[in-house]
Design a protein around this ligand. Sequence first.
Ligand code: SF4
Length: 385
Amino acid sequence: MHNSHAKAFAPSQDRKDGKINLIGLSRDEIGNLFAERGLQAFRVKQVWQWIYGRGATDFDAMTNLAKAVRAQLADEFVIERPRVKQAQNSVDGTAKWLLQFDDDQEVETVHIPEADRGTLCVSSQVGCTLTCKFCMTGTQKLVRNLSAGEVVGQIMLARDAFGEWPTPTDGSRQLTNIVLMGMGEPLYNYENVAKAMRIVMDPDGLAFSKRRITLSTSGVVPELRRCGTELNVNLAISLHAVNDEIRSEIMPINKKYPLKELLGACRDYPGVSNARRITFEYVMLKGVNDSLADARELVRILRGIPAKINLIPFNPWPNSPYECSAPMTITKFQDVLARAGLSAPVRTTRGEDISAACGQLKSESVRQRKPRPHDHLRAQVAAVG
Ligand code: SF4
């Protein structure tokens, strides 16, 4: 398994104009920057509450700070979210944003409204370290990790879009849950993702409960253990197969962290209980992992782990090598799990009309840039004139 992820550093916070974006910096980092500029320590909490509690985007709005302090802050710092290059809304209410960063790299973020919640699907890498065969993002080579600011920025701009500053308390919230299930493997960008989640969970700002945050991983076992002890957010596992032979075929990471090791780490995940189960995602691939024998084996390998299973009808994408299992096959598969007492809802495909469904995320510009057959020939002809 190649280890390119270690070198895909996120960009520095510094900008062309030399100002520093405060979004994504920890309280301590802001405290050090302020101290270097002769600003008192209590300013950190004031500014933090304006940024993450009230959604302030400029210092002038921070009326409980003296004018001179606001001016000094504005000289040296900014409060910036990623740029929205494209916003799309699905007929089913799902929204997708194509975001662009200072270095013109792009990711997608998706909001999925439901009756009792509104979930934001957040990306953690441009492209992905991994190459799961059923996932479109997996066809996009890893370009780089997102910085903590670029992860937090996705949540900030969604709050802006819903006008949820400060956090509504009348039950009208549209952004209630965060899932790290967008582009990229979050545990191959652990430091930045962990920093971002600490900012998001800080009670003086966005104040998301760890029970409303779910990190989904393809199974990076060492970081999974760290995530459990340090962040203890909800866990989702991209499982998708019940034996190493199939799983290594569709998810090469299984060669590095096989099922036995992965499920062992799940058994040890802190705080797991029937009230807080691990979600196992299982994409239904026709003739690959959808037999009744697979279903029975799934029951066997998950025995003893407080688990719920998300059965995901495969969402085809251009040139994808698989087909979705037939509805009756999925129902029979689900019945085997239900008879064993396992909750296994079939995930409703959302946002398909805007390519926002699971496994369909890919930077639009890459999609557009994707060379069509004979493109290089056209280029040569063009060159020759
Ligand atoms: S499923 Fe997740 S880990 Fe696998 S290629 Fe897609 S984004 Fe990457």
